[in-house]
Write a protein that binds this ligand. Structure first.
Ligand code: NAD
Ligand code: MN
Length: 361
């Protein structure tokens, strides 16, 4: 029996709604596998917590989380608290303290779904974005001066360390080595951003020399955004800085059916610290409380978590079950054109997991 401890942070808005389906997924995995046990502690660290306590998590919050094998997050953010507080005081400290320097975001058109790019073959939409997750454009270095004068200005520094850049690019190449297309596409903007981006490109070229079997392309971010639409079949592993990776993955989510589907892993590859798995989407205040959020992004995130924990057969079972429900087309939430609730959609997936898991035993 393998035991894993999970810190669950449901968060705000639809976060707790999709987390409920995620927790049911974990239960189902335990029932079906027999060799896996999860002990789960839930933490109410969210915007309500902030309004009560003046901070997003307790002083020793990170110390508490450090002892878990993995962290499962719903979504954070509410209209009552500025986003720069909720993100900077909860999600970013977790990603940084635990050196989750890889943000892994698969862009894969599931069987049973139509892409807005319908003229592409189904399998053309299957790649993964590796987003740098600890530095880059999301640095808190900078400041504002001359406020309330005509000379007011704001400066935000981008931070690209050799250490941070090399490790994310090396990870992306090692991932490309495991995939079939053997291609790596790096996002740059070295024509406009003339210090950090040429540095990034140089490191891509340096690391590429150790991977002669991988074809490398370095594209400007604006052109690359267009390629997501026009030539997604040429993409296999896309590696980008923190900001570029963030923007590209919402675009990626859009071409495979929407934000309600897109999962992510904040990964510390060395497993020195817990990794964190979460949907790409936010707390969706516009649909929160209605029980209609799509739970797939959360459930698929658990598939990434199982892969990380070394159970790829469970990871595959989850994605296969999601695909089966989509192929049947009987149950889905309104974002996919259906009429069902979050829990009805989740249950259909969990029943499929049971049905398909005959293979285990
Ligand atoms: P969002 O992802 O919450 O919503 C964007 C759109 O996608 C909305 O129309 C929403 O209804 C839809 N959507 C998102 N998830 C869905 C799901 N599971 N099912 C169906 N539809 C879904 O982005 P936003 O509106 O820009 O941000 C809302 C809040 O979330 C903000 O406070 C923001 O800071 C926060 N946010 C948090 C995270 C995170 O927790 N990692 C990520 C992004 C945004
Ligand atoms: Mn984002």
């Amino acid at each position: 029996m393998k035991h894993f401890s999970i810190a669950a942070i449901p968060g705000d808005g639809i976060g707790p709604e999709v987390m409920e389906e995620g927790l049911k997924t974990l239960k189902r995995i335990e029932e079906l596998h027999g060799g896996i046990h999860f002990s789960i502690d839930a933490f109410d660290w969210n915007c309500d917590y902030y309004l009560k306590h003046g901070k997003m998590m307790p002083e020793n919050g990170l110390e508490i989380l450090r002892d878990y094998d993995v962290i499962l997050l719903g979504a954070i953010g509410a209209p009552s608290v500025p986003d720069h507080i909720s993100v900077w005081e909860l999600i970013l400290p977790i990603r940084r303290t635990f050196q989750q320097y890889i943000n892994l975001r698969p862009i894969k058109l599931l069987r049973g779904l139509d892409s807005p790019l319908r003229y592409k073959a189904h399998d053309d939409l299957d790649f993964v974005v590796v987003r740098e997750n600890t530095e880059g454009e999301y640095s808190n270095m900078g400041g504002r001066i001359h406020e309330n004068t005509p000379f007011e200005l704001a400066v935000q520094n981008n931070v690209f360390t050799r250490y941070g850049t090399e490790r994310v690019i090396k990870y992306a190449y090692s991932l490309a080595e495991k995939r079939t297309k053997k291609r790596l596409t790096a996002a740059t903007k070295s024509n406009g951003i003339n210090h950090s981006m040429p540095f990034w490109d140089e490191i891509v070229k340096e690391v590429s020399r150790n991977h002669p079997s991988i074809r490398t392309d370095i594209y400007h971010i604006d052109a690359l955004a267009a390629y997501f639409i026009t030539r997604p079949e040429e993409l296999d592993v896309v590696v980008g800085s923190n900001l570029f990776g963030d923007i590209l993955t919402d675009l990626g989510a859009a071409i495979v059916g929407g934000l309600g589907l897109a999962p992510s892993g904040n990964i510390n590859p060395e497993k020195t610290y817990p990794s964190m798995f979460e949907p790409i989407h936010g707390s969706a205040p516009d649909i929160a409380g209605k029980g209609i959020a799509n739970p797939i992004a959360q459930i698929w995130s658990i598939s990434l978590m199982m892969e990380h924990l070394g159970f790829s057969e469970v990871a595959d079972l989850i994605v296969d079950s999601i695909e089966e429900v989509l192929l049947e087309g009987k149950v889905s939430t309104p974002d996919l054109g259906g009429k069902n609730t979050t829990s009805e959609f989740g249950s259909a997936i969990h029943e499929q997991m049971t049905f398909k898991s005959m293979n285990f035993n």
